[in-house]
Design a protein around this ligand. Structure first.
Ligand code: XMP
Length: 524
């Protein structure tokens, strides 16, 4: 397997991953300091890799292993001979001490999981400048083994009741080792340690979005040359930002394919086509495949069957239209950094799996296409920042996520055109209400689901027998867990009245107050 190292003119920081659940957060903290860093699993880092990466500093992450385990993960010795600052965190601290001549002991007499308080020693350490805001600082510990003797050259600069070597350093060699996790929220002042570490390592903090934009454009040009690129544009933030960036780099060598499966929200297809074709002047194929998708979904009510039909048709349709572009050699994808990195797997050996959920169903292999993934260094909020940098409207960048299978999974039971039309109208009223009340940006995702039941009502003097719908709104950080949004009764009453008055076909509005887990955000 080849491990790609992103091209950049910026100084690089290398994070060697030993499998901690929170390694990604180290990268987040560093990115916030405008430092270019990459996470690579320890198993991929050897001397040749180090020479190619040429780090200006190295961080050894935490991890679940014990230095006593057979084949315990280690960085190459060379890491300590590069003459660059090294920071070891938790397991990284232990492996560092072991390799440099200290001692680690199994287990710990007192549990060391969760909150602890570190107090400083008398001697000052540059890494800790401005860190202790009081006479002790809260940190988050999570370790089984512990260091029992520090390596020659190291001194202690901070202790906690259960970790006498909470902060140690060999200032001559610029080696630092902490037992706790400065990257997590529960170490409230942890960002300060990273700030000091990159300052003393000499990083300029110049890895900004405009620098990224310039670099990414140069990299796309170098990769693609004068070949053609196709891009599946969903109208979501990631594919849109990728498309605009690539278009800026190679102009009309890029063609976007927008598949309209008939399961989009009100006005969505027009909005995407107008923006990209008219505003950005991009060559755009608007594949109107409503009949095909809705035809194949006719009579299907099982959620997984719906998803499979949509997934397969999407690939077929995309391939058909991509072929129209002619001899495209590249497929652009909005793959993000969290999809690229995966913590080291200890159960299955030190293997690295690159997730491929943005991959359009194996198309690159089928069509012999190479991938262009200009966002693979970025986190979601950085993609949003890049979108703003590229001039995409803020309202577009801040849109709630919308699933690939679209309204199909918000229409439990059989999908009919009538239900889809009703759903589109109800959803538009609901989102309009949320915007009018200034709540849109507080909510991670909001939508209406149309229920597969009809209920009796009375409007004017007449009896109605129409569909019921459910309002869903959640708060979330990453969509993995979610809580329902606590609307006021006033908002709910007003919204229900508007939907029933303005949307023929709905005579009852309910509210979904399920969190995730146990529910999921979508209904199917
Ligand atoms: P669930 O329903 O699993 O959704 O709690 C979590 C987040 O993922 C979105 N979602 C999808 N996005 N293709 C997508 O691109 C899908 O098949 C899909 N299913 C769910 C969902 O909208 C929410 O933001």
């Amino acid at each position: 397997m080849t491990i790609s190292i992103a091209p950049t003119d910026h100084d690089r920081l290398l994070i060697i991953d030993f499998g901690s659940q929170v390694t990604q957060l180290i990268a987040r903290r560093l990115r916030e300091l405008h430092v270019f860093c990459e996470i690579h699993p320890f198993s991929a880092v050897d001397e040749a890799f180090l020479a190619a990466f040429n780090p200006k500093a190295v961080i050894l992450s935490g991890g679940p292993a014990s230095v006593f385990a057979e084949g315990a993960p280690r960085p190459p010795e060379k890491v300590f001979e590069l003459d660059v600052p090294v920071l070891g965190i938790c397991y990284g601290q232990q492996v560092m001490m072991e390799m440099l001549g200290g001692k680690v002991e199994r287990g710990h007499k007192t549990a060391e999981f969760g909150r602890a308080f570190v107090t400083p020693e008398a001697e000052k350490l540059d890494l800790l400048q401005g860190w202790f805001t009081t006479d002790r600082e809260q940190v988050w510990m999570s370790h089984g083994d512990h260091v029992s003797k520090i390596a020659p050259g190291f001194k202690v600069f901070g202790t906690s009741p259960n970790a006498p070597f909470a902060i140690t350093a060999d200032t001559d060699r610029d080696f630092y080792a902490v037992q706790f996790h400065p990257e997590v929220h529960h170490t409230p002042n942890g960002a300060k340690l990273y700030e000091n570490f990159v300052r003393l390592a000499g990083f300029k903090g110049d890895w900004t979005m405009s620098a990224y934009r310039e670099e990414a454009i140069a990299a796309i040009r170098a990769q693609v040359g004068d070949e053609k690129v196709i891009c599946g544009l969903s109208g979501g933030v990631d594919s849109s930002v990728a498309a605009v960036l690539i278009h800026e780099a190679i102009g009309d060598q890029l063609t976007c394919v927008f598949v309209d499966h008939g399961l989009l929200r009100k006005g969505e297809a027009e909005e995407v086509v107008t923006m990209f074709r008219d505003h950005y002047n991009m060559p755009l194929i608007h594949a109107d495949e409503k009949e095909l998708f809705l035809g194949e979904l006719d009579g299907v009510s099982d959620p997984e069957t719906k998803r499979k039909i949509i997934g397969k048709l999407f690939v077929d349709v995309f391939q058909k239209h991509a072929t129209e572009v002619g001899d495209a050699r590249f497929l652009a994808q909005g793959t993000l950094y969290p999809d690229v990195i995966e913590s080291v797997s200890f159960s299955g050996g030190p293997s690295v799996t690159i997730k491929s959920h943005h991959n359009v169903g194996g198309l690159p292999e089928k069509m012999g296409l190479k991938l262009v993934e200009p966002l693979r260094e970025l986190f979601k909020d950085e993609v949003r920042a890049l979108g703003v940098e590229l001039g995409l409207p803020k309202s577009f960048i801040g849109r709630h996520p919308f699933p690939g299978p679209g309204l199909a999974i918000r229409c439990p039971g059989e999908i009919t055109r009538q239900k889809l039309d009703i759903l589109r109208e109800a959803d538009a009223v609901y989102i309009d209400q949320i915007r009018k009340h200034g709540l849109y940006d507080e909510i991670w995702q909001a939508f209406v689901a149309i229920l597969p039941v009809r209920t009796v009502g009375v409007m004017g003097d007449g009896r109605t027998y129409d569909f019921a719908c459910a309002l869903r709104a959640v708060t979330s950080v990453d969509g993995m867990t979610a809580d329902y949004y606590p609307f006021t009764h006033e908002f709910l009453g007003e919204t229900a009245t508007r939907i029933i008055n303005e949307v023929p076909g709905i005579n009852r509005v309910t509210l979904d107050i399920t969190s995730k887990p146990p529910g999921t955000i979508e209904w199917e």
